[in-house]
Design a protein around this ligand. Structure first.
Ligand SMILES: Nc1ncnc2c1ncn2[C@@H]1O[C@H](COP(=O)(O)OP(=O)(O)OP(=O)(O)O)[C@@H](O)[C@H]1O
Ligand SMILES: [Mg+2]
Length: 488
């Protein structure tokens, strides 16, 4: 084992220094018997962290927050949030801590953050803990999203704590070490705004500009420019989710970042049979966060961000509202552009095609996929074979043969590029039944299925022999009853 002195790990405390009103100094619980379950060596290397040292006793203690480098100041971050439409003025890191900022090889800071590290002043009735299964879920799904090229928080490690967590029964506890561009959320702005302290709100916005959108700093109305940048990033992000069939499941304003990265892989899932009404979360009875509602929910959340930022847009409130409405009005166009371009790429069609020509083709396909309960991921991947002359793999997924044949004829007339399709349509996504299988085995102490799944989804576009089951939808009896859970 290589060793490196702890002094080589440097953690900044910029958030805590800049926004002390939103940062409560706090310490992680001491892990009784920490055991490293998974370490993202490639990610560690991006920060110059020695994987050998991280695997050793000191490194593992760092990864659960029990070894704090000199100068670091771990904090629980304050935030508010609309949860399923209802406003909670005080949420915050109830089971998480910001350890501090690491410097990435690109020279820019990233947050090193823990989830499952014990109670904090924001815990309310919760135990501050997390179980092995849900932390490994966040690890594998976030890394799959990254491999798909979708902006996301990253997972550095999961460490079992040796302390049981009580849910429906006892479960092994774990801490996830997460890396993100920042953990600033729409809810962070809502919290700052609710204090009534405009100076705090302004410092938060300036911190976000410096961290994520330095260009906005040069704009005449820099805070409006920040808002516009967040709108654009979220429009692009949600379009990416939609194109791969990702259902976030809990798009509360406290689970939407300012950076444009996906955050909080609680009740998330990948849709199989294409249907905009798809919901997996056990508590989402109204379908608020259904697959097809995600763009509208993102827009709703951004309206809450605009409300929070209003005092920064203009001194005159009417003028501020006018500017906010105008900026938010861009969301739909930006989302539609990103979605349309993404669908054109999935179908292997050139950018030069008039969107008016491709739109009916896309719309008709979505109706076919929904009416025939077609698996989203495998259909798009198999369509490349149809572009190469063998329609059977994709055709075989659709019951309405006349319908799909008519559609295929129209599509093929546009001369789709099969190679280009293979670069954007994944073979492997973290399918729900495989995630559950891997997490159940890991909870029982067998990490092999988890490692195999991670390996498959880590190179999602690269079809490999022996991984057929990772490319197949769930067996019939699995899909219709599948549920996911928040706050696990
Ligand atoms: N077991 C728990 N103990 C204490 N607080 C909790 C617990 N689970 C969730 N919370 C808190 O409830 C709120 C909503 O939880 P949510 O599931 O959205 O976030 P999370 O999964 O804990 O973390 P993150 O959003 O950082 O990924 C947050 O303030 C969170 O800290
Ligand atoms: Mg959350």
């Amino acid at each position: 084992m290589t060793t490196a002195p702890l002094s080589t790990v440097t953690l900044g405390d910029e958030f805590a220094r800049t926004l002390p009103e939103m940062a409560l100094p706090w310490q992680a619980d001491v892990a009784a018997a920490p055991e490293l379950l998974v370490l993202n060596e490639a990610l560690a290397a991006e920060f110059g962290l020695d994987p050998g040292w991280l695997r050793g006793p000191e490194g593992v203690r760092l990864l659960v927050g029990n070894l704090v480098p000199e100068g670091a100041a771990p904090v629980a971050q304050a935030y508010a949030g609309h949860q399923f439409g209802g406003y909670s003025p005080r949420l915050g890191d109830g089971r998480a801590l910001l350890l501090g900022e690491l410097v990435h090889a690109d020279g820019l800071p990233r947050d090193l953050h823990l989830k499952g590290s014990g109670r904090t002043p924001f815990s309310r009735g919760g135990d501050g803990l997390a179980a092995v299964g849900p932390m490994l879920r966040e690890y594998v799904v976030s890394e799959a999203m990254h491999a798909l090229g979708i902006p996301t928080t990253r997972s550095l490690a999961v460490v079992a704590t040796g302390t049981p967590v009580h849910r429906e029964g006892p479960l092994p506890g774990a801490v996830l070490a997460r890396v993100a561009s920042s953990h600033l959320r729409v809810g962070s702005f809502q919290y700052a705004a609710a204090t009534g302290d405009v100076d705090l709100l302004r410092r938060l916005a300036d911190h976000a500009i410096a961290r994520h959108h330095p260009d906005a700093g040069a704009a005449e109305r820099r805070h409006l420019a920040l808002f516009e940048a967040v709108v654009a990033d979220q429009a692009a992000l949600v379009a990416r989710w939609m194109l791969v069939g990702f259902v976030h499941g809990v798009m509360n304003t406290d689970n939407m970042t300012i950076s444009g990265e996906t955050i909080d892989y609680g009740p998330c899932a990948f849709m199989e049979a294409f249907d905009p009404a798809t919901v997996y979360s056990s508590i989402d009875h109204q379908g608020r966060y259904a697959y097809g509602n995600q763009p509208a929910m993102a827009e709703w959340n951004l309206a809450r961000l605009a409300e929070a930022m209003l005092p920064l847009f203009a001194d005159d409130q009417e003028r501020a509202v006018e500017l906010a409405v105008q900026a938010l009005g861009e969301f739909r166009r930006q989302y539609n552009d990103a979605w349309t371009a993404g669908m054109r790429a999935k179908l292997g069609l050139p950018d030069s095609l008039d969107p008016a020509e491709t739109a009916p083709l896309v719309d008709d396909l979505l109706v076919l996929l929904r009416d025939n309960h077609v698996d989203h991921t495998s259909f798009h991947r198999r369509l490349a074979a149809a572009a190469r002359g063998d329609a059977e793999p994709a055709r075989g997924l659709v019951l309405d043969l006349a319908g799909i044949d008519g559609w295929l004829d129209r599509w093929r007339a546009l001369e789709p590029d099969a190679e280009a399709m293979d670069r954007v349509n994944p073979v492997y996504v973290p399918r729900n039944h495989l995630v559950e299988e891997a997490l159940a085995a890991a909870t029982g102490g067998d990490l092999e299925p988890f490692r195999r799944l991670l390996d498959a989804v880590g190179a999602p576009f690269d079809e490999r022999p022996g991984l057929d089951r990772y490319a197949e939808p769930a067996p019939r009896d699995f899909g219709s009853t599948y549920q996911t859970f928040c706050g696990t």
